[in-house]
Design a protein around this ligand. Structure first.
Ligand code: A3P
Length: 328
């Protein structure tokens, strides 16, 4: 299948004309609503999303991380990479020492189909060794069919909406500064209203989370749902669970030798942040590598939001999560 023929520019233009649009980030970032979710209207985002949807063929061995932005994607990427590749590299030679986690687990709709990186391009997907470790911010309902139809596994990470919001606020300021090439002012009040109304890249937040949550209940062999807060509280338990789910459980010997603790230490925010490779440089033009490592705490929202914001978001959370069995 010729990748260039899968989606034409003309088709994208026509589709784009009919999609709802809003602008956020002090009117500097346009979002388009595609299949019920907001997507940033930058570069060829819609085109590469369509290409991903139509061209991607999952392998049974694929492992795909799915997430809403700022919920712990970078952390989960580094843990998954370490768990799966632990027999390939001695621990002092892990590629994490030389590469940002986002360079080791590619985001499909951007890194691969957006051609933002030199490598991989969609054509290279076939050359990647199994198991391929991949990532997407797309909601469950927009995933290419073959992901759910194949035996490949999906790891989702969710996080408390207030912490996600605060994390996204600080990340967005840096991103917009880079895009605009100058200092960027963003009022928390405005940002909060947009997040609350679901107007965020890949939002609405709750619909994103609940979509994957329900799948994890219906098809537990296929979708594993993590919460950032659980991983913080008991990393060993959840890293073990991750390893079992992806088919490479830790042996008793590994456990007693401290292999799990070593991985957790390697992937800790304090360790990753201090690596030279993560201190400078950008990913996909606008994203400073160090902006992925801010605080890494649970409950930082208490310092950044007003009591009214907290109350409103918590009310919305109760409404959206009611009856799902999910809580943050
Ligand atoms: P904060 O801004 O609250 O610190 P994502 O990787 O999905 O973009 O999410 C980024 C958030 O995860 C940021 O949250 C970041 O600091 C935190 N994070 C990054 N690496 C982490 C790690 N190794 N352990 C825990 N949290 C981490």
């Amino acid at each position: 299948e010729d990748i260039q023929e899968v989606v034409s520019d003309q088709e994208v233009q026509q589709l784009m004309q009919n999609l709802p649009k809003v602008t956020i980030m002090s009117n500097k970032l346009e979002l388009v609503n595609y299949q019920g979710f907001w997507h940033p209207n930058i570069k060829n985002y819609l085109k590469s999303t369509l290409m991903f949807q139509r061209h991607f063929r999952a392998r049974n061995t694929d492992i795909i991380i799915a997430s809403f932005p700022k919920t712990g994607t970078t952390w989960l990427k580094s843990l998954l990479f370490s768990v799966v590749n632990r027999f390939r590299y001695p621990k002092d030679q892990t590629p994490l020492l030389k590469h940002h986690p986002h360079e080791l687990v590619y985001r499909l709709e951007v890194d691969v189909y957006g051609n933002a990186f030199e490598y991989p391009r969609p054509q290279h997907l076939d050359e990647l060794p199994s198991p391929r470790l991949l990532h997407t911010h797309l909601p469950y309902t927009s995933l290419p069919e073959s992901i759910m139809a194949s035996g490949c596994r999906v790891l989702y990470i969710g996080r408390n909406p207030l912490d996600t919001l605060v994390s996204l606020y600080y990340f967005s300021i840096k991103m917009m500064k880079k895009m605009e090439g100058q200092d960027f002012h963003l009022r928390m009040e405005d940002f909060f209203e947009d997040f609350y109304a679901g107007r965020m890249p890949h939002g609405p937040f709750f619909e994103h989370v609940v979509g994957y949550w329900k799948q994890s209940l219906e098809r537990p062999d296929k979708v594993l749902f993590f919460e950032y807060e659980d991983l913080k509280e008991d990393p060993k338990l959840y890293v073990k669970r991750l390893a079992e789910f992806v088919g490479v459980p830790f042996s008793l010997k590994e456990d007693s030798e401290g292999v799990i603790e070593d991985i957790i230490e390697m992937c800790s925010i304090n360790n990753l942040r201090e690596l030279d490779v993560n201190k400078s440089g950008v990913i996909n033009k606008y994203f400073e590598k160090n902006s992925y490592f801010r605080k890494g705490e649970v409950g930082d929202w208490t310092h950044h939001l007003t009591p009214l914001m907290v109350e409103r978001m918590n009310n919305l959370m109760h409404e959206k999560l009611e009856g799902t069995g999910l809580s943050f």
